[in-house]
Write a protein that binds this ligand. Structure first.
Ligand SMILES: Cc1cc2nc3c(=O)[nH]c(=O)nc-3n(C[C@H](O)[C@H](O)[C@H](O)COP(=O)(O)O)c2cc1C
Length: 168
């Protein structure tokens, strides 16, 4: 697919079905992400494909965070929160771990570079025939949710990137 075609035809997918990208394709997506413009070549982004157990831990942390925000949430609502992180074929965590010892590259620039990496990744996924949905929501800013995926409170969740095959 030509680059301009990929950019102009990419659309997020609210519903995703199997298959997601295979291992070799995921490597290609990560290579594409890693070619993002990056002031100082700091590579502040962390792109991690979450395996089943990491997804379970994340889904539970998200439900717990929802319960803390909204103590009246029903079991059904909490199950829906969990389900959001379990249903797509592939879930990738995109985070920005800011290098704060680099005064020439302020935090905003490192976050921008991370966003560029994510865009590269989802465009590359589209070029390979997959669809994506880049999401955040309140969970992305919750310290306990960050901890559940190995991030420190000061790290940024750039997004939860769901990947798969577009479903009707
Ligand atoms: C940083 C970031 C976070 C986002 N978070 C959400 C989200 O939590 N929920 C959502 O429905 N869309 C979210 N979006 C928007 C979708 O990924 C998507 O871009 C939007 O629905 C428009 O669809 P399109 O990509 O097909 O133009 C987010 C986008 C960005 C860049």
């Amino acid at each position: 697919m030509e680059l301009i075609d990929a950019i102009t035809t990419r659309r997020s997918a609210a519903r995703l079905a199997a298959p997601g990208p295979n291992e070799a394709e995921l490597d290609t997506l990560l290579d594409a992400a890693n070619r993002a413009p990056d002031h100082g070549r700091l590579r502040p982004w962390r792109l991690r494909v979450l395996d089943a157990s990491a997804r379970q831990a994340l889904a539970q942390a998200v439900a717990d965070a929802r319960r803390r925000r909204d103590p009246a949430a029903t079991e059904e609502q909490l199950e829906k929160e969990r389900e959001k992180f379990l249903r797509s074929p592939t879930l990738l965590l995109a985070a920005c771990v800011v290098r704060r010892d680099q005064p020439k590259v302020p935090e905003i620039e490192q976050i921008l570079a991370t966003g560029a990496a994510v865009e590269n990744l989802i465009l590359a996924a589209h070029a390979l025939g997959y669809a994506a949905m880049w999401k955040t929501g309140p969970a992305a800013y919750d310290v306990a949710v960050k901890a559940a995926v190995g991030l420190a409170p000061e790290d940024h969740v750039a997004g939860f990137v769901h990947l798969g095959t577009r479903a009707p």
